[in-house]
Design a protein around this ligand. Sequence first.
Ligand SMILES: Cc1cc2nc3c(=O)[nH]c(=O)nc-3n(C[C@H](O)[C@H](O)[C@H](O)COP(=O)(O)OP(=O)(O)OC[C@H]3O[C@@H](n4cnc5c(N)ncnc54)[C@H](O)[C@@H]3O)c2cc1C
Length: 223
Amino acid sequence: MSSVPPEQVNSQYKGMSSMFNQQNPASASSSKPAGDDSKPPLPKGVVLDKDGKPCRTCTSVASWRALTKQADLKNENSTPTSSTSKTTIPTAGLAAAATPSPSETPSDCPPDVEELGRSTWTLLHSMAATYPEKADAEHQANMSGFLKFFSKLYPCWVCADDFRAWMAHPSGRNQPKLGSRKEFGWWMCEAHNEVNRKLGKKEFDCRLWEERWRTGWKDGRCD
Ligand SMILES: Cc1cc2nc3c(=O)[nH]c(=O)nc-3n(C[C@H](O)[C@H](O)[C@H](O)COP(=O)(O)OP(=O)(O)OC[C@H]3O[C@@H](n4cnc5c(N)ncnc54)[C@H](O)[C@@H]3O)c2cc1C
């Protein structure tokens, strides 16, 4: 279903092979001298953007940390040492000591693929929750246009490519259902479940989407 080139496929997808040993597309066409294969393989889960640079919004915070640690180590190894130098603390050691765990990431850092995803699902499901009970032609056209552009512009490009491919299933069965709030909310839930399945996560019971995103749970905990 994916239009993602196999060597750049999202390694978090269940059943798909890791991309750690992939060739960085940028270096593949670079002017590096032949035989210079000193570039270490990318840490597990790091996804590259289409220019061959690591894509932060496509990568989990844990994999991003591994990448920055790798860069720190490389800098440490390539920094000339001097016996008179006072800067004897290795930078990688410093980075490791100062690096918080993913759950402790400050909230004012750029988002990783998961934080971006959570925020975006909040937006998308909230759009469904506030969609008209019966949508007129103009509203439907506006939402259709939004989804079309969204699926091209979403900052995690591998996510966007897969989302677009899912919507464009040749049977037409995954096209946005925009006639009413109920239809659209259910469709959005199914779209989200498609990603949940790919990532090996539990599916959400779509009969509950309105309680989760519109009315609040029946037990009153959101009131
Ligand atoms: C369009 C899109 C495509 C994505 N593609 C990828 C990808 O290819 N690879 C990747 O690593 N990440 C992808 N993500 C991010 C991924 O879906 C998650 O957002 C991320 O992994 C964080 O997951 P989470 O477990 O915190 O909860 P999320 O999946 O973000 O869900 C947030 C909350 O929504 C509710 N929920 C869960 N499922 C549903 C549902 N079906 N319907 C309604 N409510 C639901 C739950 O209460 C949940 O806590 C994508 C995100 C989007 C918006």
